[in-house]
Write a protein that binds this ligand. Structure first.
Ligand code: ZN
Length: 286
């Protein structure tokens, strides 16, 4: 199942069309994805069990062609976790050692934006980081890795856009502020449940600027995989429905290049993960 935020309304979408969740269920399920996220298993069972007239303007194809209709699938997550240096090749390009335990920071929720959002270029050291984002469905504490995936509502794509100078401005460095500027956390295009994916632990992940491949890897190269991250995080904090986990970026970021490359006004970046769709963000002069 795929659940999207279309102009603020939770919609279930398929390749041929979709429905408004609240209307189609005659009020049995909530109006927003934020409110529905803990009930994804029940919603999926209901959606499978019923024959509905699908609105073709809510097909995945129609929505991908007009990403501006989509908001971030979760708009007010209780918590946003992000993991640094979680691909060995990325740790290497940035000059850091491969971490022995997950390196956790936050992206503040006010930075979330839709999959087609325009992003202001607020400095001359703005960088890209395509990431797999895990969305918590049912939370909890002390979740074992073996059970972790069943606590997820699904996956979406995220861009962890980063202002590198600000990221390294304090000693020791503190990442959260520099990764939380206006619209610096586009997510989407929607949430895909894991049963839609042949192998949720091994998805192609890539980021393009025009024809240029900026990043291309597979999520099987995560140092700490999604299940391990859920076990680790839930050992320390309670996970809550709607929490987002940005799982880290593969190599190919601008700060890792020689010479360094940063995003310029006018750039269009497409962030893609196998089976999840894509984001398309335009960077604009401020
Ligand atoms: Zn990141």
């Amino acid at each position: 199942m795929r659940i999207a935020n279309v102009a603020g309304r939770a919609c279930l979408i398929t390749p041929t069309g979709g429905v408004d969740l609240f209307d189609a269920s005659q009020g049995a399920f909530p109006e927003t994805v934020d409110a529905a996220i803990g009930d994804v298993v029940d919603i999926a069972a209901w959606f499978r069990s019923i024959e509905l007239d699908l609105d073709p303007t809510l097909s995945t194809t129609a929505l991908l062609a007009d990403l501006g209709r989509l908001g971030p699938p979760i708009t007010r997550p209780p918590q946003v976790f992000a993991i640094g240096l979680n691909y060995a090749d990325h740790a290497g390009e940035t000059g850091f050692d491969v971490p022995s335990q997950p390196m956790v920071f936050t992206k503040f929720a006010s930075s979330l934006a839709g999959p087609g959002a325009q992003v202001p270029v607020l400095a001359d050291t703005i960088d890209w980081e395509v990431e797999l984002v895990a969305v918590v469905g049912t939370g909890g504490r002390d979740i074992a890795a073996e059970e972790a995936m069943s606590h997820l509502a699904g996956f979406c794509i995220g861009q962890d856009i980063s202002e590198r100078r600000l990221q390294m401005a304090s000693q020791p460095a503190q990442f959260s502020l520099a990764k939380s500027l206006r619209n610096y956390s586009p997510i989407g295009p929607w949430i895909t449940t894991l049963d839609e994916l042949e192998d949720p632990t091994d998805l192609a992940i890539a980021c393009h600027h025009g024809d240029e491949v900026l990043q291309a890897s597979r999520t099987k190269h995560l140092i700490f995989d999604v299940a391990t991250l859920i076990e680790y995080l839930s050992r320390h904090v309670e996970l809550l429905p709607g929490d987002l986990i940005f799982t880290g970026t593969p190599d190919g970021v601008g700060v890792g290049r020689r010479p360094r490359v940063f995003i310029q006004p006018g750039w269009e970046i497409r962030s893609e993960i196998e089976g999840l769709g894509y984001l398309h963000n335009t960077f604009v002069q401020m």
